[in-house]
Design a protein around this ligand. Structure first.
Ligand SMILES: Cc1ncc(COP(=O)(O)O)c(C=O)c1O
Length: 433
């Protein structure tokens, strides 16, 4: 049975797909927190590369990927799609399970897809230094790789609990030449304010974003965000375009697409091109977005305007939110510990296109270990949420004797997350219900 579906390098997509061209009604604009009025795109260029801001509001359906970005993508893209035959056998399910493996990137996750694009636009616009935050360290290492490739300096604020759980992510970020600080830190007003209230704060993505933005504003650097914003989801759409071509090679079409959701970028990157394609073909696809019960942004959050960061430095975005002061418990899926959501994903949840589900980390790790034992590849704790959602679907197919084609967005491998697996194997991993 064929298990690996590879594309040739010349089949690398040359355009990103922009869902803003196909939404029934436009997204609600970001607001200026002082005036509550829509923020002009120009106001964002103080922080972000101008081209990224243009892409944030563009309604062109396709946007060309610059040749220099394609050239770097070719270090690892197209990534493989695998059929998880051993997992199907272990589950004794009639479902066919496929996964799109973004762990094949140099730093081990999908984050490099937007990191390279953002570093490139900053480079050609003359940026010398970027700042950013990172949760589990996947985004920080992806951006440090991209900045190294394009010759830009980088400062990373890494959420403290992950900094302590994943020392080799720190080493990797430094290896690529970036500077890294655990967050909250004494380096910014935002960090000092959090530490004054709680010297033992584990940190959160919301706090680390505040620190990175404050540092950029104070030093004249630009800032780069690894999820949530429209242009970030846009850059990730190489995943879904490739996956469609690979499912075609397999002679199947997905009935269900599942992904994990922190800020929504890997899931959006996979599902948006498939949503567009399935509508054009008149096909029904279930889109399932998995998040942790410890940070239940879509399943328990409200939809309203909120800040993207703890210290209220960002514009207001209309999105699912648990409140920008929410500090999630220190679960191992650090990349899913975010209070907010991509406005694009929020809209699709509101419209009933995307079904959100939340899982406890203990049940997630049970199935991640099962996956690793069957397929050999160890999922990142974030990715493990998508794996668990797919395994639940496949179990359901077994109960109903239903053959569904399930496609998993496998956002990254867990080689730097072994402390989480050590905790699981020694019975120390706690339930987060
Ligand atoms: C491997 C992996 N998957 C998923 C995520 C969640 O982010 P997003 O929802 O933007 O894909 C992260 C974030 O750090 C990650 O590292």
């Amino acid at each position: 049975m064929e298990r690996i579906f590879n594309l040739n390098q010349h089949q690398l997509p040359t355009r990103w797909y922009n869902v803003l061209a196909d939404l029934d009604r436009p997204l609600d604009p970001p607001l200026d927190p002082r005036t509550q009025e829509p923020l002009s795109p120009e106001a964002l260029t103080a922080l972000f590369a101008k081209t990224c801001v243009e892409q944030e509001v563009s309604t062109d359906r396709f946007i060309d990927i610059p040749p220099a970005v394609q050239d770097i993508y070719q270090l690892w893209r197209p990534t493989p799609v695998y059929r998880a035959v051993n997992l199907e056998r272990a589950l004794d399910t009639p479902a066919h399970i496929y996964y799109k493996y973004e762990g094949a990137s140099p730093t081990g996750s999908h984050k490099t897809n937007t990191a390279v694009a953002q570093a490139y636009y900053n480079k050609i616009e003359g940026t010398k230094r970027l700042t950013t935050e990172t949760g589990a360290g996947q985004w920080g290492s992806a951006l440090s790789f991209a900045c190294q490739a394009l010759g830009i300096d980088l400062t990373v604020f890494m959420v403290k609990v992950s900094y302590e759980q994943k020392p080799y992510r720190k080493a990797m970020i430094e290896l690529y030449g970036a500077e890294i600080t655990p967050s909250p830190s004494q380096r910014t007003h935002a960090g000092r304010a959090v530490l004054a209230e709680d010297p033992d704060s584990p940190g959160s993505l919301g706090i680390a974003i505040s620190e990175a933005i404050e540092e950029a504003m104070a030093t004249g650097a630009k800032y780069s965000l690894g999820s949530v914003l429209n242009h970030v989801l846009l850059h990730q759409t190489v995943i879904g375009q490739e996956a469609l071509a690979q499912m075609d090679l397999a002679g199947e079409y997905p009935d269900a697409v599942v992904g994990c959701v922190g800020g929504g970028s890997n899931f959006g990157g996979l599902m948006l091109p498939i949503l567009y394609d399935s509508r054009n073909r008149g096909r029904q696809v279930e889109f399932i977005a998995a998040e942790p019960t410890a940070c239940p942004t879509m399943t328990k959050g409200e939809v309203r305007y909120d800040f993207g960061d703890e210290a209220e430095l960002t514009p207001l975005l209309r999105m699912h939110t648990l409140g920008h002061k929410f500090v999630p418990p220190p679960i191992h899926a650090g990349g899913l510990r975010y209070h907010g959501m991509a406005p694009i994903i929020t809209r699709l949840v509101e419209d009933g296109v995307v079904q959100p589900v939340a899982f406890d980390q203990l049940e997630v790790f049970n199935d991640a270990v099962m996956f690793a034992r069957a397929e050999g590849i160890i999922p990142a704790p974030e990715t493990a949420h998508a794996v668990h959602a797919a395994v639940e679907l496949a179990r359901d197919c077994a109960r109903r004797d239903e053959k569904k084609v399930i496609l998993i967005g496998f956002s990254g491998h867990g080689h730097f997350d072994m402390s989480a697996y050590t905790a699981y194997l020694s019975g120390q991993l706690v339930s987060t219900r």
